[in-house]
Design a protein around this ligand. Structure first.
Ligand SMILES: Cc1ncc(COP(=O)(O)O)c(C=O)c1O
Length: 419
């Protein structure tokens, strides 16, 4: 049976009393511990750890990581601005984006580092900034992710410049006299460690192709066990061969390559819990199911509906019981896809969890929701407001870091038709 990762049942109850549910609760202690583990990633000639802020973008979280010494990986111009608003210096932000921001020139001039992620991005950069410095994100030809949707390498992925277009890249670089300082790859979230390592070596081969390159960025993708039966990547184990390879390159060429990693999931996944209330229980007869309906759902946690992600679910019955029932846990949206217990690998197939028998009004905590949950919801679907975020400080204090959205805020940009 899954258990609470950092909250106690009493704390969960106190959180509900103070802030209401649904509510995201982040654990500062876990955030810092994960940051320290990432900062210990094996390296030969220096390491920069960037937090992939798309995983969860609240400025307070960015500030915690910044104080630990982490830099930022941003995925859009908006994320760059958001990070700067949180006080992150532009030269600590690196942008790898699917869409060049309209104010790209301004961002670059402010010091944001840039990785060109397509040939057209590279060509546009060359036109805007001849003779200047940039990184290049390659698609190394293979990828690996926890699911097909989180695999972002290989021919079925549009992320990065296909590795075979090296001549085209070199031609653009030479024509504009660009300085390629960074080679970047990121092959997916929840990658197989063996594939990740293989790609690290392919990426190092790319470094050999660009004599100006001083930095190798290997992206994120480190698998994290949310469920009891899932494994977490050992960063020391996968990092050591990379360090050896960097040392070998140095021995052969004299080049001291700085290493960057940019985890999102690894830092965040188990650092947050979603505290919810069971607001209804429905039974669909002898051939049916026992459904638990939460006061949260795809509006807080879209990953199960999107790619059948599995999250620990811990119910806290107020009435003591030894009885367990096979429950299907669903969200509050009028949408059959709002399913929190999909079958592994099948987001649209109902799956049951054996949970203690519960009643309406009991608490239900969903664990492992720190990465790609609060930042990737079906926001405002059914007009449910965005949920608040609270930080459990190391001191035990609770700090509200995002308020619950109001109805007014949901509709604030709508314009009524004149009569
Ligand atoms: C370029 C880049 N770097 C880093 C990450 C972080 O990945 P993860 O959360 O799997 O560590 C992502 C996630 O999609 C990404 O696109």
């Amino acid at each position: 049976m899954e258990t609470l990762k950092f909250l106690t049942p009493e704390q969960a109850e106190a959180l509900r009393a103070q802030f209401g549910t649904p509510l995201y609760v982040y654990d500062e202690r876990t955030l810092k511990a994960q940051a320290q583990k990432a900062l210990a990633f094996p390296n030969a000639f220096g390491l920069t750890v960037r937090y992939a802020m798309k995983a969860s973008s609240n400025g307070a979280l960015l500030q915690i990581f910044a104080r630990c010494g982490l830099h930022i990986d941003a995925s859009s111009g908006y994320e760059c601005h958001r990070a700067m608003r949180a006080g992150i210096a532009p030269d600590k932000i690196s942008l790898s984006t699917q869409e060049l921001p309209a104010d790209f020139s301004e961002l670059y001039e402010r010091g944001i580092q840039f990785n060109a992620c397509s040939l057209s991005q590279l060509a546009r950069f060359a036109e805007l900034f001849p003779e200047r410095e940039l990184g290049i994100r390659f698609n190394p030809g293979i990828g690996s992710g926890g699911t097909v949707k989180t695999n972002v390498g290989g021919p079925a992925s549009s992320f990065g410049i296909w590795h075979e277009w090296l001549d085209e890249v070199k031609a653009i670089v030479a024509k504009a006299n660009l300085r390629v300082l960074r080679i970047h790859t990121h092959i997916g979230s929840g990658s197989d460690p063996a594939v990740w390592q293989h790609v690290a070596h392919l990426s190092l081969k790319m470094v050999r192709e660009f004599s100006d390159a001083t930095t190798l960025n290997l992206g994120g993708g480190f698998k994290v066990g949310r469920m009891n039966y899932e494994q977490t990547t050992d960063l020391q184990e996968i990092g050591e061969p990379v360090r050896d390879a960097l040392e070998k390159l140095h021995a052969e060429t004299g080049r001291k390559i700085h290493l960057e990693i940019e985890p999102g999931t690894y830092l965040m996944a188990n650092s947050c819990a979603l505290v919810t209330t069971i607001q209804d229980i429905v039974h669909t007869g002898a051939d049916g199911y026992h459904f638990l309906k939460l006061d949260a759902g795809m509006t807080e946690l879209l990953r199960p509906s999107l790619y059948a992600s599995q999250h620990p679910i811990v119910v806290l019955p107020r009435r003591r019981t030894d009885k367990f029932l096979p429950y299907v846990v669903v969200g509050h949206c009028c949408e059959s896809g709002d399913l929190l217990t999909p079958a592994p690998e099948h987001h649209d197939v109902l799956h049951t969890r054996e949970l203690p028998e519960v009643s309406i009004g009991d608490l239900c905590v969903i664990e492992g929701v720190g990465a790609y949950c609060s930042s990737m919801p079906a926001k405002n679907y059914n007009s449910f407001p965005e949920s608040p975020e609270v930080l459990l400080r190391e001191s035990g204090e609770l700090a509200l870091i995002r308020r619950r959205q109001t109805l007014e805020q949901i509709v604030q940009n709508e314009i009524s038709l004149a009569e």
